[in-house]
Design a protein around this ligand. Structure first.
Ligand code: ADP
Length: 486
């Protein structure tokens, strides 16, 4: 018998709008809300209280939570925001360990996030919130399933707690020296190749995959791809060994948070009854980005972390071809210095066609989603990708490489099996591949009626969370069954 109302704890290193570097933060904010909206799930979401997080509207638990790690006694404060009866967000505060100026990038990140994982388990006990499922997101939280099978194995509080581990990006694994192991309160018995050992190091994501009841990824396509050497980031064999426990559920977006009809960041709101107003956003974007204001010019938008994964070198190599087609390229991103430099350089060389903003800027991102005609995502791999979904929500046509979640979310204009295409897809991760898709988009752009249909298809596509939240609920039930059968 399953409980009438499932109790679920989500834990992650980021949650929008408090701490965000990418799509993980959006999912961790939006999925629990969608789950609690189903009516039969109570969700607690827990993230670290980093130094930069604004405390306004937060309350503090009247008691601290105590625990020891390798003999050292710690106490953490619990800050929280109560949204409604079935959804609350908690922040673990430990100034020295978690409350730093940045989320990541410290030599002791392995220790920090293992500490966070321990603190979440201890918080659940202190609040007497006995979870049916703990849903761990990405490597930072992967020690939870390990702890539940080691130090908490005989703890009656967690006897019925199943674990789901979601891989949002297999490219980030959390690999640390084995010297860290004793500091995590994990015995050397776990340091085996079928457990968390990885080429004589500790690999957190490997631990998450090995120790949790169910593993999931954020699109069906990516769940298949990661079982192959090309996409498995050296863990493909382990993932295919666990294939009966590996599922893919595509991410959604919150249609209230991302809504061109109400978005306050836009100069002009619009919906499918007023798509002619979208062009006002394009003219405003051109002005804001210092590009010639011309409604006839196609604007191609990019909002992205600047990393190899995203195929930005393909965009940089194509800059002159894009400019030769008369397209204006607008780029918003932060990340690796190499890409920042290259983008600055093409913006310098092609001032009428390329404009870049190298910062994290949510309102500008929204204006790019709204003001662009097409949205470029030539990703080398893409677990799900939210940007192409947001672009569609704003009636902007995605041009994407056929990989991972981009396959599950964008229907190619030339797909024979669909009457409602939403974008343009290509296979080859090269300038040649992307430019052929861009040329196709340009051709259709000038067929005004067909382009309008494409925009409408994008605006009408439904990637709200309601479908995926129900799929997660089924996954939780499966995890509980598996856990009980062990
Ligand atoms: P990722 O691999 O980075 O998680 P996604 O497409 O899944 O990629 O999600 C990216 C999220 O981060 C989207 O909400 C996008 O709008 C946002 N984003 C990325 N870069 C920036 C930036 N420089 N400024 C504002 N938002 C950004």
């Amino acid at each position: 018998m399953l409980p009438e109302k499932l109790k679920v704890i989500h834990l992650a290193s980021e949650m929008a709008p408090y701490a965000k570097t990418g799509g993980l933060a959006d999912v961790v904010a939006e999925l629990p809300r969608a789950l609690s909206g189903l009516g039969n799930v109570d969700c607690y979401t827990v993230t670290p209280k980093y130094g930069f997080i604004d405390e306004t509207n937060m309350k503090e638990m009247p008691f601290d939570v105590y625990f020891t790690m390798t003999g050292i006694s710690y106490s953490v404060k619990i800050k929280y925001i109560e949204f409604n009866g079935s959804l609350s967000s908690f922040f673990i505060e430990s100034k020295d360990i978690l409350g730093r100026d940045n989320m990541y990038g410290y030599a002791d990140d392995g220790y920090r996030f293992a500490f966070f994982s321990r603190a979440v388990l201890e918080m659940a006990k202190a609040l007497n919130f006995k979870p049916d499922v703990i849903h761990c997101h990405d490597w930072h939280t992967a020690m939870v399933p390990v702890y539940l099978k080691t130090i908490y194995r005989d703890d009656p509080f967690f006897k019925d707690t199943a674990t789901v581990f979601t891989i949002h990006n297999l490219g980030y694994q959390g690999i640390f020296s084995k010297e860290l192991l004793p500091f995590l309160d994990i015995s050397w018995d776990e340091f085996k190749v079928e457990k968390l050992e990885y080429w004589d190091n500790i690999n957190f994501i490997k631990a998450g995959i090995s120790y949790s009841d169910i593993v999931s990824t954020v699109s069906r396509q990516y769940s298949k791809e990661i079982q192959t050497p090309d996409y498995g980031e050296t863990l493909d064999r382990l993932l295919s060994q666990r294939k009966d426990f590996l599922f893919g559920i595509v991410n959604g977006i919150d249609y209230d948070i991302w809504n061109p009809a109400t978005d306050k960041a836009l100069v002009c709101n619009y919906d499918e009854t007023s798509i002619e107003d979208k062009v006002k956003n394009k003219l405003a974007l051109q002005k804001e980005m210092g590009l010639p204001e011309d409604h006839n010019k196609i604007v191609a938008g990019v909002v992205s972390r600047l990393s190899y994964q995203k195929g930005l070198d393909i965009i940089i190599n194509s800059a002159y071809d894009i400019a030769n087609l008369g397209i204006q390229l607008v780029v918003l991103g932060t990340g690796e210095e190499f890409y920042q430099n290259m983008f600055r350089r093409i913006a310098y060389e092609l001032p009428d066609n390329v404009s870049v903003m190298l910062e994290f800027n949510d309102p500008l991102a929204r204006r790019i989603y709204a003001g662009s005609d097409i949205f470029l995502m030539p990703s080398r791999y893409e677990p799900c990708g939210l940007s192409q979904i947001i672009a569609m929500r704003y009636g902007t046509v995605p041009v994407v490489r056929r990989t991972g979640g981009l396959v599950d979310t964008v229907i190619d204009y030339y797909d024979q099996n669909s009457n409602s295409p939403t974008g343009f897809c290509f296979d080859e991760a090269s300038s040649y591949g992307m430019m052929s898709a861009i040329r196709n988009a340009v051709n259709i752009y000038y067929e005004k009626d067909n382009w309008k249909k494409l925009i409408l298809n994008c605006l009408r596509a439904d990637f709200s969370w309601k479908h995926s939240a129900r799929e997660y609920l089924e996954l939780y039930k499966k995890a509980i069954e598996i856990h009980r059968s062990l």
